[in-house]
Design a binder for this molecule. Sequence first.
Ligand code: ZN
Length: 319
Amino acid sequence: MKEPIFLEPIFKDYIWGGTKLKTLFGKNTPYEITAESWEVSTNKNGKSIIRNGIHKGKDLEELYQDKKLRETIFGTKTKEKDIFPLLIKFIDANSNLSVQVHPDDKYAFEKENGEKGKTEMWYIMECKQGAQIICGMKESVKQEQLADILQKTNLEDYLNFVSVEKGDCIYIPSGTIHAILGDTIICEIQQNSDLTYRVYDWGRKDKDGKPRELHVQKATEVVRVENRPNVIKTASWGECEREIYSSAFFKVNKLTIRGIKKEVSNRETFYAMNVVNGTGSIQTKEKNYNLKVGDSFIIPATLGEYELNGNMELLKSYL
Ligand code: ZN
C-alpha cells in the first residue's frame, strides 16, 4: 500500500449533538443535528468505507479481516488481534452527554457476550470559554458509598468537574465515571467498543418523548471511585512530534507541522491520523492530498516515505 487511506465517516444523530461538524469541518452529514462522526471504525454499528485507491468502496473491516492485507496495511502488531483495536470519532457536544461509565475488557467479555471494554481519550478541538467536563468522582467519595451515591438526585455534588480549553487531552480508563459537557468539540480515540452504562441523563427525553434507559446496576459494578485522570495540556507544544499518552490499548502523539516534515511509515503498526487544527497536505511519491481540520486518514504500515506540509496539528494514533 503506497498511498494513505481516506475514509468515509459514519454519522450519528444522538439528541445532544449540534451543527458544528458540518459548519466547522464541512462534514457531509444527512442529519440536521449531528452528534458524532465515526472517522476510523470497523465497529458493527458503523464501518468506515474506503474513499480512494485500489480498495475504494470496500469497508475497513474487510481489509482488516483479509489475512494477506492485514500485515501490509495494519502492521505486524495486529497479527494476533482478531478485532481492529481502535475507534476514532469527532464529537460535537452541543449539550451535555449523559454521565456514564464503560466496562473493562474482562467485565465486557463475561457480561456482554465477549465484547471489548472501552478505555478512551479525549482531545479538545474547540470549546467555549469556561468549558468543563466531568472526569471521575470527588476525592472524598469511598467505593462502599458508590451504590448509594449513583442513585442520588444530587449526583452532581459528588462528581469531579474539570475546566478545559482547546488542546487539552484526558485519558479515561474504563471504570472512570465521565461526561462531555456542552459546547465542546472533541476528537475521541477509544477501544473498538460501543458499550456505555448511563448513570444520569440530566432529566432529558429522547425524540419519542421518553427518558433514555439508565444502567445504574451495571455502572455500580464497574465504577472505580479512585479513577480521577489528569488533564494533559498540549496547546503550547511547539513544532514537534510528542507523545500525549501511551497505554496497552493505544498510543497517541501530537504532531505540530509548521512547514515540511519528512515522515516514514512503521512496519509494526498503522498510523491513524486526525487533523485537529489548521490546513496542509500530505505528499507521497505518487500524489499530493490536501488536508484540513476534520480530515482523517490511515498511513499503512508499508507506505514508506511521505511528507506532511502546512500549518496544522494532527493526532497520530497507533499500537
Ligand atoms: Zn465515554
